[in-house]
Design a protein around this ligand. Sequence first.
Ligand code: TNX
Length: 533
Amino acid sequence: MNHAPRFRILLAALCMLVAGGCAHHAQREAPRIVPLPQSVQRQAGELKFAQVVALRADAAAPHAGRALSTLLAQLEIRADDAAPTRVHLQLKPDEALPAEGYRLTIADDITLSATSDTGLFYAVQSLRQMLPPRAQAQYRLPHVTISDAPRHAWRGSSLDVARSFLPIEYLQKHIERMALFKLNRLHLHLSDDQGWRIQIKRYPRLTEIGGASAVKGGRAGYYTQDELRQLVAYAQARGVTLVPEIDMPGHVQAALASYHELACDEVSNLAPYDGLEVGFSVLCLDKPEVIYPFVENVLREVLAIFPSREIHIGGDEIKHPRYAEFVARAAAIVESMGRTPILWEEGSVADTQPQVLLQLWNDGYDIAPAVAKGHPLILSPCSYFYLDHGNFAGQPETYDWCRKQGVPLARSYAFDDSAYPTAVGVEAALWSEWVHNDAAADNRLWPRLGAVAEVAWSPAASRDYASFRQRMGALRAHLDQLGVAYYAEPDLGWATTSARSTTLSPTCATASSPAARRACISTHSTAPNPRSQ
Ligand code: TNX
């Protein structure tokens, strides 16, 4: 129901006069759910229950079942068949619901239903947001019927663990937080000039040498194959697919420093790199007999760890006469292994199969010819979704090469994908040249990923920043409970606007004295531009 504003005011006035209110009119304050569900119908009344419910969970939906048990345990709600309030978690056929869709009804009982474990898992996440994040003696939920399904299949967050490493424990936390907002793709940028982060058994020096470097001030390290396999399972249980990226043929200094033969013979700089430049290193494209076996062997091990259908092979920021040839050949290798390649937008110049995904990152890049060929797109335009840019203009230790004013929450929220008919979804990128610890990552990711989730999931016509501010603002306690060191966003009422000027970069926040802190702030102004744009 979409009442015109004037009618809505009239309705509200009438509601105040009529005892019992106008609960059957759906357009009351939206419940605290981000991303906004497709349809929310409020009914009169509310459900009250103490710390006990009767639980009926379909064993065929193990991930949703585990998520529900965890939620109840966290809220100290016991299961007891004799309890008056029942919680039903049920898989059932429903032709009107897509695979990730769900229904959530709160009346005398709480009923979550879907056709898949993933759909039910999302129903649990909506319930998790509507409930408080900590135990209470009594719980109150409005009577409501929600039916929901995502707008886009690809709802991504990407993390650059190559410039500066993020430990497995952080990735686990991040996956848990992504799941709360129904984000479902975690793209890991596993290799770059400054570091190589995935164990490859055939090439041990990649991690012995490439894993030991990082951008200046950043963290080194790497993941073993066992750790990554466990992370894949951890993510799967939360509806998240891990998408690995091995960036090629550029952004490879860490690989060249580990195996010199991958570089052309005249290249003299084969040392590990900790700077900020891009576009200087390349696999020797004139040594196909050396580089293609390497590419194939590495990808074979990567694919054995990550079951994702889509595999990212980079292809950004390198100019070379044989670039297009390399990209086409690397993409064909991925396809020969039964997977679908993803390339950064520049890869569109290569002759590849139309199902190859292209990831758009420069707002103005001419992607139309690739769209005409049918390539699906992942949308990551930097002026909306580069979260290494400031939460506000001039935030210390952020880039601003793509947008001088930074990428504030409202900006990410305002992205309109209607110009991209082949888009499979959106993905926000956190590059780590300036993100050197967990707290800095949290500060750049949250709350902006909430906006990204809503852009990716909710119907375009329902997008409303005022409503988002209210719902996202109300989820602060949930982020606190998860230990998120989010940016105290003034738009959400989490800080006053004047707090912006005093927001400290994480580096400066740990300075030993006020004087050291001031000195730190003055030297950590917005990061220099690595590009000539
Ligand atoms: C562009 S996006 C890059 C990254 C940098 C980032 C910094 C892309 C494909 N390449 O290598 O880290 O900008 O904002």
